[in-house]
Design a protein around this ligand. Structure first.
Ligand code: PEP
Ligand code: MG
Length: 589
C-alpha cells in the first residue's frame, strides 16, 4: 500500500495518527442464500435473536451515554428502540422469509433498503430524518445477523480512531463527546462548519472539505491528520510516520509551555487588559475552559441542548443547565446565547421546514420571535439562573434594532411574570446583541444605544458580507476573515459600541487566530472569545505586544487592498512580535 496525500481545508489544528473509522458508510456483502422449507423456522428464530441482541446493545449504549453525558443525550436512542419495535417491518421480514425462502440477512437487507428508499422520499422533514435511525438500527441488526464485529463509534474499544465521514451533523459530534476519537476528517464542510467548531472544543485536529476522503480511505487504514495544513496522509510510509511522530511530541511540549502561562492576565506591555473568554457547546467543556485559563464564557451555544432528543427541553431543564454553568464558572461571566436554530443547525423536534436558503431563512432570532411560546421558556430560565453567578444574555442574528426591541419586550414580559410569582432574578442582567449580519454592523450606532454589549459573530458576518456560504468547501478560498470589507465592518462595530460606551467582544472563530487577533486588539476589541484550547496562545500574544503598537498594525492593515495583503502583513508582524506563536508545526514542507 503506497502512501496517498489528500489536501483539504484546515479546520482545527494539531496532529493525530491512528486507524480510520468510516462513519455511516459501512457496506455489507450479503448474498441471496436459498434456504429449505425446514430452515424457515430457524431463520425466523435467528432474526428474533438478533432483534433481542440489538435491543440489549442499544439499551447498554443508552445507559452509558446517560451516565457520561446526561439523559438528554441518551434520548436519541429512544427513536432507535422504536425502530426495533416496528411490527410492520418485523412482519414484513418474517412473511418474506416464509414466502421467498432466502436467508434472513438477505431478506432483511432488502426490506431495509425498501424502507430507507420510501422514507427518503417523504415530504415531511421529521419523518425523513428517521432514515438515519432506521439505517443505524438496521446496520446493527445486520451486524448481529452476520456475526460481524461491532463497529458503531460509541461501542468500539479501539484507541485513537480517526473518524472519516462525508459530513458530521452537530448531533453526531455531540454524541461523540469524549470518545476515543482523535481527529475528524470529512468530505464536505468549511473552516467554520460545526465539525470544525466541535473539533476545536474537543481539542482534536480536523480536516474538512476533502471531497474524496470517504472514497479513498478504507476502514482500518492508518491516517495522519495534520489540522494546521489541512493534510491527510493515508497509509504513510515509515519515514513520514516518524516525521509526524516527532512533530506530535514537539506540539505537546509547545502546548504545555503556553499552558503554563494560562493564569497570567491578558495585559499588553503598556497595560491594556482585555478579556479572554471561551466558547462552549456543552457544559461538559467547562473543565477545559477553566484549565486553559479563560476568564469566563463569551459564547454558550445553547442549540446542543435541544439536540438528540425527541421533545423540547422544559424551563426547569434549561434552568438547571444554566445554573450549573453559572455556578461552575463564577465569579467569571457566562454569556448565554439564545437559540440559534437554522442555517447549519437543525432540530428535528421543532418540525421547521428547510428553507431554500437556510442561512437566509427562518432562523435564530427570527424563529424565536415567531415562536414566543418556545423562546420565553429559555428566557425565563436564563433570568432565573442569573442569581447563581454572573450570567449575561445575547440574541443571535439581530439584523436591526427592531428585532432587539421585540426580543427585549418578550424578556420584559418574562421579568414581569417572575416578579409576580416572587421569583428572584438579576435585575442588572446585561443583554447584548450578536452582530453577525451586515445590516446590524452598518447600523451598529443605532443598536448600541439599546444594547448592553456587542459580540461580533464573524463566522456569519464573513459569510453574509462576502456572500460566501460558510459550509461550502468549493468556495472556501473566498471565505477570507482578513478581507478589507470584514475589517471595515469590524471597525464600524467596535467604534459604534465605544461611542455609546458599551463593550465590544468577538465570539467568531476569527478572534482565536493569532495573526488577526493582533489586528483586532489594535482596533480596540475588548473581549475575545474562542475555543478553550486557543486561549493560552492568544493570551501570550496579547502579553507580547504594546497596545500602541497593535493600533499602528491595525491602522496599516486597514489601508491594504486585499485579504491576502492583510494576511501577509499581519503574519509578518506576528513573526516580529511573537515568533514562538507562529508555525505550530511545519510538516507540510
Ligand atoms: C458566529 O456566527 O460567528 C458565531 C459565533 O455563531 P455560530 O458560529 O454559532 O453561528
Ligand atoms: Mg452565527
Amino acid at each position: 500500500m503506497s502512501e496517498i496525500v489528500l489536501k483539504g481545508i484546515p479546520a482545527a489544528s494539531g496532529v493525530a495518527i491512528g486507524p480510520a473509522f468510516l462513519f455511516g458508510k459501512e457496506e455489507f456483502r450479503i448474498s441471496p442464500r436459498k434456504i429449505s422449507e425446514a430452515s424457515v423456522a430457524l431463520e425466523i428464530a435467528r432474526f428474533e435473536e438478533a432483534l433481542i441482541k440489538t435491543r440489549h446493545e442499544i439499551l447498554e449504549i443508552q445507559k452509558r451515554i446517560a451516565e457520561e453525558m446526561g439523559t438528554e443525550h441518551a434520548e436519541i436512542f429512544d427513536a432507535h428502540l422504536l425502530v426495533l419495535e416496528d411490527r410492520t417491518l418485523i412482519e414484513d421480514v418474517i412473511a418474506r422469509i416464509k414466502r421467498e425462502k432466502f436467508c434472513v440477512e438477505y431478506i432483511f437487507s432488502e426490506v431495509l433498503k425498501k424502507y430507507i428508499s420510501v422514507f427518503s422520499k417523504i415530504e415531511d422533514e421529521y419523518l425523513r430524518e428517521r432514515v438515519s435511525d432506521i439505517n443505524d438500527v438496521g446496520k446493527r441488526i445486520l451486524r448481529n445477523l452476520l456475526g460481524e464485529k461491532k463497529s458503531i463509534v460509541v461501542d468500539v474499544d479501539a484507541e485513537n480512531l480517526i473518524l472519516v465521514s462525508y459530513d458530521l451533523a452537530p448531533s453526531d459530534t455531540a454524541s461523540m463527546y469524549k470518545k476515543n476519537i482523535v481527529a475528524f476528517v470529512t468530505d464536505i464542510g468549511s473552516r467554520t462548519s460545526h465539525t470544525a467548531i466541535m473539533a476545536k472544543s474537543l481539542e482534536i485536529p480536523a480536516v474538512v472539505g476533502l471531497e474524496v476522503a470517504t472514497e479513498k480511505i478504507s476502514n482500518g487504514d492508518i491516517l495522519i491528520v495534520d489540522g494546521k495544513t489541512g493534510t491527510v496522509i493515508v497509509n504513510p510510509d515509515k519515514e513520514t510516520l516518524e516525521r509526524y511522530e516527532t512533530a506530535k511530541v514537539k506540539l505537546t511540549v509547545q502546548k504545555e509551555k503556553f499552558f503554563s502561562l494560562r493564569e497570567l492576565p491578558a495585559k499588553t506591555k503598556d497595560d491594556r487588559e482585555v478579556l479572554i473568554a471561551a466558547n462552549i457547546e456543552l457544559p461538559e467543556e467547562i473543565p477545559s475552559v477553566i484549565d486553559h485559563g479563560a476568564r469566563g464564557i463569551g459564547l454558550y451555544r445553547t442549540e446542543y441542548f435541544y439536540m438528540n432528543r425527541t421533545d423540547l427541553p422544559s424551563e426547569e431543564e434549561h434552568y438547571q443547565a444554566y445554573r450549573h454553568v453559572a455556578q461552575e464558572v463564577s465569579p467569571h461571566p457566562v454569556i448565554i446565547r439564545t437559540l440559534d436554530l437554522g442555517g447549519d443547525k437543525f432540530l428535528s423536534q421543532l418540525h421547521v421546514p428547510r428553507d431554500m436558503h437556510p442561512f437566509l431563512g427562518w432562523r435564530a432570532i427570527r424563529f424565536c420571535l415567531a415562536r414566543p411560546d418556545i423562546f420565553k421558556i429559555q428566557l425565563r430560565a436564563i433570568l432565573r439562573a442569573s442569581v447563581h453567578g454572573k450570567l449575561k444574555l445575547m440574541y443571535p442574528m439581530i439584523s436591526g434594532v427592531e428585532e432587539l426591541r421585540q426580543a427585549n419586550n418578550l424578556l420584559e414580559e418574562c421579568r414581569n411574570e417572575l416578579k409576580k410569582d416572587n421569583i428572584k432574578f438579576d435585575r442588572d442582567l446585561e443583554v447584548g446583541a450578536m452582530i453577525e449580519v451586515p445590516s446590524a454592523a452598518i447600523t451598529a450606532d443605532i443598536i448600541a444605544k439599546e444594547a448592553d454589549f456587542f459580540s461580533i459573530g464573524t463566522n456569519d458576518l464573513i459569510q453574509y458580507s462576502l456572500a460566501v456560504d460558510r459550509t461550502n468547501e468549493k468556495i472556501a478560498y473566498l471565505y477570507e476573515p482578513a478581507h478589507p470589507a470584514v475589517l471595515k465592518l469590524v471597525k464600524t462595530i467596535i467604534d459604534a459600541g465605544h461611542k455609546s460606551k458599551i463593550w465590544v467582544g468577538m465570539c467568531g472563530e476569527m478572534s482565536g487566530d493569532p495573526e488577526l487577533a493582533l489586528v483586532l486588539l489594535g482596533l480596540g476589541l475588548d473581549e475575545f472569545s474562542m475555543p478553550p484550547s486557543s486561549v493560552p496562545l492568544i493570551k501570550q500574544l496579547i502579553r507580547s505586544v504594546a497596545y500602541k503598537e497593535a493600533k499602528k498594525i491595525a491602522e496599516h492593515a486597514l489601508s491594504l487592498s486585499t485579504g491576502k495583503e492583510v494576511e501577509e502583513y499581519s503574519s509578518q508582524q506576528l513573526k516580529k512580535i511573537a515568533p514562538e506563536l507562529l508555525g505550530e508545526n511545519d510538516n507540510n514542507k
